[in-house]
Design a protein around this ligand. Structure first.
Ligand code: ADP
Ligand code: X15
Length: 403
């Protein structure tokens, strides 16, 4: 894999360089609540701009449905990138249309532009190779060189991640190089006990990685939205909690295999429930109740692990030599449901082992809940990406950067 250092030594002055970043930051309306992913790509963008490149930064944000949707505009991220760089960043209001063409054509050497959300075009995420390829052709027309630096999206076989680098000379950016450097340590020579804590809301993606993790980790702690599919698989009532019904048979098989192979698969023993999902904007008090994991009322939704589970998970993390954690334990954006995530974060801080936090929301949670980033071994910008890397899978966005 060629890195940006080689590109810089070859010289980039005057070249249009397409940087595929992951600027998928959490937003409250148009306010960015955590800019970690923007800061993470700064070294690459700055190095290119300082070397005189015309830098075209592209990313997805959220999961719009293949058409423009103002709620998912990258405009706030472009503005923040400009603040962090301390220079004007141009913004194209489309991705491969007139605005993008004119914005890129108007760039001077050393200037930076951001184009609008890649997922406003159905071609970006299409499963059809030809449709993705056609979109990648249009993106390729905007640039002379490709730099892949959106680590959080390298597990996606999407046009800008997988098809575009095949059409341009391609290099890995500083962030991808750094992320892979650290995560390699968790695959090559992991110190044991190796404990993996999983939570979050992307339940189907994350249940799928457990298959491989059962052969690698000594202990798996399950929280967040995915916990309820496990509780359901055990035959418990889970009320209105998140459920991935089609994966119940797979989860039952995981429970059996874990038992057979001596892997500790630890589930919540209690949970915080409420009759409705909290308002994350107003953050008004919701007065949740704590119930045992096998006693969730039918009209209630599980929104965080309970106090007994917090203690249990902290004890299961205390003797770990290596910890990988992806996915908040609850709806941490609301103070009533942040304690589970805080407890796991604190257990990592207290751990003498090597600790890795991965994922856009998990990393944001750690920072917005007031933890010191330096207290963790590594904070990865990718959750699904780092999990799939740890599974040993070939990731489309990394394979595409190979020579
Ligand atoms: N029990 C739950 N029910 C619904 N959503 C949950 C639950 N627990 C956690 N979440 C949500 O999961 C989201 C983060 O999930 P995810 O995107 O999978 O994590 P990451 O970005 O760290 O990979 C947060 O917005 C949080 O509110
Ligand atoms: O937020 C992301 O992943 P993560 O939640 O696994 O960290 C990435 O931006 C990928 O987004 P996607 O899961 O909508 O493809």
């Amino acid at each position: 894999m060629k890195t940006i250092d080689e590109l810089l030594s070859e010289g980039v002055a005057g070249k249009r360089v397409f940087v595929r970043a992951d600027l998928n930051v959490p937003l409250d309306g148009t306010t960015i609540t955590d800019d970690g992913r923007i800061r993470a790509v700064l070294p690459t963008v700055k190095a290119l701009a300082d070397a005189g490149a015309r830098v075209v930064v592209a990313s997805h944000l959220g999961r719009p449905k293949g058409a423009p949707d103002p709620a998912f505009s990258l405009a706030p991220a472009a503005a923040r990138l400009g603040e962090l760089l301390g220079s004007d960043v141009a913004f194209a209001t489309d991705t491969v249309g007139e605005s993008a063409g004119a914005t890129v054509a108007g760039l001077a050497d050393g200037q930076v532009a951001v184009i609008e959300n890649l997922r406003f075009n159905a071609g970006e995420t299409s499963k059809d190779d030809a449709e993705r390829g056609a979109f990648a052709d249009r993106l390729a027309a905007l640039a002379d060189v490709y730099v892949g630096d959106g680590f959080g999206a390298v597990h996606r076989k999407h046009a800008s991640v997988f098809d575009l680098p095949a059409r341009l000379p391609h290099y890995a950016g500083h962030l991808i190089a750094a992320e892979v450097g650290v995560l390699r340590k968790l695959t090559d020579d992991v110190k044991r006990p190796y404990v993996v804590a999983l939570g979050g809301a992307k339940v189907s993606d994350k249940l799928a990685v457990i298959d491989q993790l059962l052969g690698k980790a000594d202990r798996l702690l399950i929280g967040g939205g995915m916990a309820y599919t496990f509780l359901k698989a055990k035959g418990y009532e889970i009320g209105k909690s998140l459920l991935q019904e089609d994966q119940i048979p797979a989860v039952q098989e995981y429970l059996e295999r874990a038992e057979k192979n001596g892997v500790e698969l630890v589930l919540p023993v209690d949970t915080l429930v409420s009759g409705e999902f909290p308002d994350l904007k107003a953050k008004a008090a919701t007065h949740p109740t704590t119930v045992a994991a096998d006693a969730i009322p039918a009209d209630q939704e599980g929104l965080d692990i309970g106090p007994e589970t917090r203690k249990l998970y902290a004890s299961k993390l205390a003797d770990a030599a290596t910890v990988f954690w992806n996915g908040p334990m609850g709806v941490f954006e609301h103070p009533d449901y942040a304690e589970g995530t805080k407890a796991v974060a604190q257990a990592l801080v207290d751990s003498p082992g090597f600790t890795v936090v991965g994922g856009g929301d998990s990393a944001a949670a750690v920072r917005t809940l007031g933890f010191d980033e330096q207290a963790f071994g590594h904070i990865s910008t990718g959750g699904g990406a780092s999990l799939e890397y740890l599974e040993g899978k070939t990731l489309p966005g990394l394979a595409a950067l190979e020579d």
